[in-house]
Design a protein around this ligand. Structure first.
Ligand SMILES: [Zn+2]
Ligand SMILES: [Zn+2]
Length: 290
C-alpha cells in the first residue's frame, strides 16, 4: 500500500450549535461552502507544484510515488549512472571503471575489504541540483524537501535489484547536539518517506553516543577512528535476524554507513544495505560535467 504524506486535508467541521440558535445560518453557510470546496477539489483538482522546486506545469511533470516532480528538476539532478562500484554505489569513470570484475566494477576502497554493509546505493552524485536540495533540507529548515528526495530514493530501492529485500528501515541517527540545534533528523525524514512509499516499517534501530566530535572536519582515517563505538543498538531484538535498510542523506567516505552497519550486524541482524540521497564521488574518479 502506497501512501502520501501531507496531501490530505481535514474535512470542514461544523460546531455543535443548537437547532434553534439564531447563529445557525452562518454556520450552515460555512459548512456548505466547505462542502462545495471539497467537491470542487475532487472534480477540478488544483494543479500541484513540483515537490522539489514548487513550480507548476513547466515542461511537464513526472509522478514518482504520486509526488509530482518537474522535468526541469529531474533534468538537473546528476543521477548515478553506470559504471559505478557494485558494492558502495560510487560512480566510476574512465580507466578506473575498466577491468571490472563480473557483475560490475569494484572501487579501490571496497576491493580492500572492510565493508560491513552488503551494498550501498544513492539517487545521485552529491553535486548540482541534488546538492542544493539536500543542503536546503539540512541547513535551511526545508523539511518538505524530504518528500521529493525520499520518493526518488524509494524509486532506486524498487529499481535496483541489489538493494531490494529488506524488512526494516533504520535512519542514521543525528548527533544529539545537532538534533537539538536542527530540531529534526533529515535522515529520519527521508527514511519515513521511503518507508511510506514502500510499506516497510521505519524504526530508530540505532542510537548515537554523545561523545563523537565533528565528522566532516576530519580526513578518511580519522573519520573511522572518530566513529569507533559511536553507534549502539538499544533494542537488539528488534534488529535480530532481519535484513535492514540503513538510510542516510549523503554517503561521503562510507565510514558512517560502515560503522552503523557494523553495530547493526553485531546486534544480530542478517544483513545491512544502505540507501542514500546522494553519494560523494572520489575526485579522481569523477570528472565534473560541463
Ligand atoms: Zn521542479
Ligand atoms: Zn566501492
Amino acid at each position: 500500500m502506497i501512501a502520501r504524506f501531507g496531501r490530505k486535508h481535514a474535512g470542514a467541521r461544523v460546531s455543535g450549535a443548537g437547532a434553534a440558535s439564531p447563529g445557525i445560518w452562518p454556520e450552515i453557510r460555512t459548512a456548505l461552502a466547505g462542502f462545495l470546496k471539497e467537491a470542487m477539489d475532487v472534480l477540478l483538482p488544483e494543479e500541484e507544484g513540483c515537490v522539489l522546486c514548487g513550480r507548476v506545469g513547466l515542461g511537464g511533470m513526472e509522478e514518482v510515488f504520486y509526488a509530482p516532480i518537474c522535468r526541469g528538476c529531474l533534468g538537473r539532478i546528476p543521477f548515478v549512472q553506470p559504471p559505478y562500484c557494485r558494492v558502495c554505489g560510487r560512480p566510476m569513470r574512465g580507466a578506473v571503471a575498466e577491468g571490472g570484475l563480473r557483475g560490475g566494477p569494484v572501487c579501490k576502497d571496497c576491493a580492500s575489504g572492510g565493508r560491513f554493509f552488503k551494498v550501498a546505493r544513492a539517487v545521485g552524485v552529491y553535486d548540482g541540483a541534488l546538492k542544493d536540495f539536500i543542503y536546503a533540507l539540512k541547513f535551511r529548515g526545508r523539511r518538505e524537501l524530504a518528500e521529493g528526495i525520499g520518493v526518488l530514493m524509494a524509486r532506486v530501492a524498487t529499481r535496483d535489484k541489489a538493494i531490494r529485500g529488506f524488512q526494516l528501515i533504520a535512519p542514521v541517527p543525528l548527533h544529539p547536539k545537532r538534533l537539538v540545534e536542527r530540531g529534526y533528523n533529515q535522515a529520519e525524514l527521508l527514511a519515513r518517506m521511503v518507508g511510506s512509499c514502500l510499506g516497510v516499517p521505519v524504526r530508530p534501530v540505532l542510537a548515537r553516543s554523545i561523545h563523537t566530535g565533528e565528522q566532516n572536519k576530519l580526513g578518511g582515517r580519522d573519520r573511522h577512528e572518530n566513529l569507533r563505538g559511536a553507534f549502539t543498538v538499544p533494542r537488539p531484538l528488534e534488529a535480530a535476524g532481519k535484513s535492514i535498510l540503513l538510510v542516510d542523506d549523503v554517503i561521503t567516505t562510507g565510514a558512517t554507513a560502515n560503522e552503523c552497519a557494523r553495530a547493526i550486524l553485531r546486534a544480530g541482524a542478517a544483513e545491512v544495505r544502505v540507501l542514500a540521497a546522494a553519494v560523494a564521488p572520489l575526485e579522481r574518479e569523477w570528472l565534473h560535467r560541463a
